[in-house]
Design a protein. Structure first.
Length: 279
């Protein structure tokens, strides 16, 4: 038994991917959605939920918006990656302890390299510096190889905290904070949306669509809906675009391995994602 904790997650493909991969490997895997909005729960109920599922014998939980950082004080230990990123998207219950991991970095990096090969990486604008944004920022500056990353978030404390963390790891000359996204967009090669804006629950675009230019590449981490208003506007201009599918499949595959101890078939999980979307 495993599950996903978050808000506005009823359209998530994650349960389907995990259960289909479990079936393919001869495992009876049951995946439950714990949507705080749908169930009428408050954020303060998170500790009680963790206690309940751990007591019930769950193998672990996936964690998504808005709990990737809020869950950390409730855990017994963190993987090196989760500690460095400052966010958790996977909790494994092991020997009576709660261990936090982060599979977003590897998931996003692989999806980006597969989906946007050869794009310019000199200067990138990232919108959003929460738990997912921390993971994508690390992926952009490390595995993907972005030379300079400009950060924007409506929360000044959050964006500055991420800038400080990234500067300490990759060098102060490789990261900056911007106040005006439209002005910043004119100076970059690509734009990544790491905010929830564009989901059905948070309609709209995280940046004025008029700021997009044909030379930009535009990437999303949102995958429900797969085609966000931002991506639609970018496609209309002829921009190269990347949906959130790659990150969704990549992080799910890595989490499956942590939950079950079995090696996932990533191609098969991508096929399951596509089949769910088509259905």
């Amino acid at each position: 038994m495993v599950g996903l904790v978050g808000r506005g997650i009823l359209e998530s493909r994650t349960p389907w991917m995990h259960e289909q991969e479990g079936d393919a490997q001869g495992l009876r895997l049951l995946y439950t959605l714990f949507d705080f909005t749908h169930r009428g729960w408050e954020d303060k109920d998170l500790p009680q939920l963790l206690d309940a599922v751990q007591t019930s014998g769950f193998a672990g939980l996936n964690i998504t918006f808005p709990f990737k950082q809020a869950v950390m004080p409730l855990l017994d230990d963190l993987s090196e990656g989760a500690r460095a990123i400052g966010a958790v998207n996977t909790v494994v219950f092991q020997d009576g302890k709660r261990i936090g991991h982060n599979t977003d970095v590897s998931g996003f990096a692989q999806g980006f390299l597969d989906g946007l090969p050869g794009v310019a990486l000199g200067h990138v604008l990232q919108l959003g510096c929460g738990g997912a944004g921390s993971a994508t920022a690390h992926a952009l500056l490390s595995t993907i190889g972005v030379q300079h990353l400009s950060l924007y978030d409506t929360d000044a404390v959050r964006v500055e905290a991420l800038r400080y963390q990234l500067a300490a790891t990759y060098g102060a000359d490789r990261v900056s904070v911007v106040q005006n996204t439209v002005q910043a967009a004119g100076k970059v090669d690509g734009i990544l949306n790491a905010t929830p804006i564009g989901m059905a629950k948070f309609p709209g675009t995280p940046i004025d669509a008029a700021a997009l230019q044909p030379h930009h590449w535009v990437a999303e981490i949102i995958y429900f809906p797969l085609e966000t208003p931002l991506l639609a506007a970018a496609r209309a201009l002829g921009c190269r675009t990347l949906t959130g599918q790659g990150m969704a499949v990549g992080q799910a595959a890595d989490a499956f391995g942590l939950f079950t101890g079995q090696a996932p078939d990533r191609a098969r999980m991508a096929e399951s994602f596509a089949a769910f979307t088509a259905g």
